[in-house]
Design a protein around this ligand. Structure first.
Ligand code: AMP
Length: 636
């Protein structure tokens, strides 16, 4: 670096030294590999930050604890996967924001110890005699990436943009943000991986002149598959739909190749270390056949038998193995398109992400589905990190600022009377968003309101997912129905949700940030949506009945209150008959027949209407006489 010096004073001219402190990095925190990138000021191009020697852009997301206070990350940690499986951690991203219950059925995929602690609903990982949260472990990975960038670029890095899958829920996004914070990074934004991939190709940036286009991002990595449909309009990114399979990737193809080899030699006794060897060879074979379109062959020793076997794979065999996997991914693509209510011809561009998309057959089949060539010029391993660097540059003010818009995957709302879900932010709302609704109290002098926040599409909160609960206290004593309580949901660009309750007359307020107790997998999310469709009719009936019950209860209480308060203006017969109607209405509630309840509501209403008018007239007459109103609540 050339440092300017004031030749008169001999001092450094600080202001002219490029402000390297302001480099904002983009980080792809991946399940298998992570990368860190920045915009190189020399050529203004997004660039992957390699190690000091210029090697290894990819940092395997592997962490090995040499003891309680020392650990190594990345390629250095990889050999310990086999020799020290209990202290070598991988696929940490799968555990972000998850409870033990969420991952229980996949627990066998982790060779390290995942703890189901009853008091802590989020998973912890035991290494030696210490417990770590996935956030702490991700923070160690992020710290290693930060240090790599600091060493290579010779500057302090304190700000970052981190990518997450489009389907990550609030808890998982928050967990990623917390991990960044713990690693000493100011996380300026969490962005979706497909959005980053589009940005890396310059789609939606200032230099891209198209005003509106729809793109599909097909991301097949080592362990997961995601497809996202995005619409980009004047630099605004909107996720129209996502689909995928969190347990489908290149690793599954490797396992299928091993299985193929094993079925070819049925007498082969396979032990654990033999299987591992076969897995490594299978990946080698897959890459070789993919890259060269010629047959792979390797002679391997089976030590127990002292014999040698030939592991071979030709292009046609690989094709047969690949086809069912590819078909599964194409089914996800079709589903995402149907969710977005689009046909393949309406998709303008298709971007390939993830190492497994190097396989030509995969590119060909995706291209056939969408009827157009796919974008695969950029390194599919690097494209997300490169896009994160582009976003970082936009945030640094170096490019036209653009809003990155997402949608809420599930509706958000609160519990109201009778356990009903009252939706405040409907599913598929564009974020950032603020939405609010007013509520009131049920009882006279009620000083607190319990606010329970739910996520989901069902009409009763018991069928949805509770995200949190809080009490708005200190509401000044007022008759029921008088306080105005505004409940607002604010979802920021990262998808972080804040719920605020304000009693508008007194200004009493309370706010929480929703951090769900445990995460929600994509399958569960789809399941919730499916359930809501399946139960749509019964849900509608249940809601209608519950609303009738709520209305009946409110009316019966009000009528009770009315005849006590205004006994002096009613005859004994009128009071007795009103009591009979109230009793009949309450009795009707046990029928569970909403039409019957409505009939009794109407009867009581018709019966009491003249009384209300009588009281009203009397109040007006009193007021006309300059006297004080009879009753505050009537005049309100
Ligand atoms: P990622 O998680 O995106 O790094 O993807 C890694 C996956 O891509 C692994 O399953 C690799 O075996 C696979 N992969 C990497 N290079 C190739 C290649 N040349 N041909 C086929 N698959 C590949």
């Amino acid at each position: 670096m050339i440092v300017p010096i004031n030749i008169k004073t001999g001092t450094l001219i600080q202001s002219e030294i490029p402000n390297q402190q302001d480099i904002i990095v983009g980080i792809d925190l991946g399940t298998t590999n992570s990368l860190i990138a920045y915009i190189n000021p020399q050529d203004n191009l997004p660039t992957i930050i390699t190690d000091e020697e210029g090697n290894n852009g990819l940092v395997p997301s592997i962490l090995h604890f040499t003891d309680n206070s020392n650990w190594i990350v990345g390629n250095d940690a990889r050999p310990y996967l086999i020799s020290h499986p209990q202290t070598t951690l991988y696929s940490i991203k799968r555990l972000m924001g998850k409870s033990y219950r969420d991952i229980a059925e996949h627990n066998q995929l982790f060779s390290y110890q995942i703890i189901d602690d009853d008091t802590e609903r989020l998973v912890k990982i035991r290494v030696n005699n210490r417990f770590y949260t996935p956030i702490e472990l991700s923070a160690l990975l992020l710290k290693a990436l930060k240090e790599r960038a600091e060493t290579t670029l010779q500057t302090t890095i304190s700000k970052a943009v981190i990518t997450v899958p489009a389907y990550f829920n609030d808890a998982q996004r928050q967990a990623t943000r917390d991990a960044g914070k713990l690693a000493g990074l100011d996380v300026l934004r969490i962005i979706n991986e497909p959005t980053a991939a589009a940005l890396a190709y310059g789609i939606g940036t200032a230099s891209d002149t198209n005003t509106s286009e729809t793109i599909a991002v097909y991301d097949l990595g080592g362990g997961t598959f995601d497809v996202s449909i995005l619409r980009i309009e004047e630099g605004v990114f909107e996720v129209l739909a996502t689909n995928g399979d969190t347990f489908l990737g290149g690793d599954d193809i490797d396992r299928a190749i091993v299985q193929y080899w094993i079925t070819q030699c049925p007498d082969l006794g396979i032990n654990k270390s033999m299987y591992r060897e076969l897995r490594l060879r299978a990946e080698q074979a897959k890459k070789y056949v993919s890259d060269n379109h010629s047959t792979y062959s390797h002679v391997t020793q089976i030590f127990e038998f002292g014999t040698a076997i030939i592991l071979a794979l030709n292009p046609d065999e690989l094709r047969q193995i690949l086809l069912p996997f590819i078909e599964r991914t194409l089914t996800c693509c079709r589903q995402a398109l149907s969710d977005a209510q689009l046909t393949t011809t309406e998709v303008d561009k298709v971007i390939m992400v993830g190492g497994a998309t190097r396989t030509p057959l995969i590119r060909q089949k995706v291209s056939e589905l969408f009827g157009k060539p796919v974008y695969n010029e950029l390194n599919p391993d690097e494209v997300v990190a490169l896009g994160a660097a582009v976003q970082a540059d936009i945030l640094a003010g170096n490019q036209r600022d653009m809003l990155l818009l997402d949608i809420t995957p599930l509706s958000l709302g609160i519990e109201t009377m009778g356990g009903l879900m009252d939706v405040i932010v409907p599913r598929n709302s564009k974020i950032p968003i603020r939405a609010a609704r007013q509520y009131t109290t049920q009882r006279d002098g009620q000083s607190g309101i319990n606010i329970a926040i739910y996520q989901g599409e069902r009409d009763l909160v018991k069928d949805n997912r509770c995200l949190g609960e809080f009490v708005l206290r200190g509401i000044p004593a007022m008759p029921a129905g008088l306080p105005k309580v505004e409940i607002s949901f604010t979802i920021d660009a990262d998808g972080i949700t804040r719920v605020r309750a304000t009693e508008l007359r007194s200004g009493v307020a309370q706010q929480i940030e929703v951090k769900p107790q445990y995460g929600l997998s994509e399958e569960e999310m789809s399941q919730m949506l499916l359930e809501s469709v399946r139960h749509a009719q019964t849900d509608r009936d249940t809601r209608a009945l519950q609303e009738a019950i709520n209305e009946a209860n409110t009316l019966a209480d009000t009528a009770d209150h009315f005849i006590v308060r205004h006994a002096d203006m009613l005859s004994t017969d009128e009071i007795n008959l009103t009591r009979d109607h109230i009793a009949a209405l309450r009795q009707s509630l046990s029928s569970n027949d909403k039409d019957l309840i409505h009939t009794y509501i109407e009867t009581l209403n018709t019966h009491t209407r003249p009384f209300a008018e009588r009281v009203m007239d009397a109040a007006v007459a009193m007021a006309m006489k300059g006297k004080q109103a009879l009753s505050n609540d009537i005049l309100e």
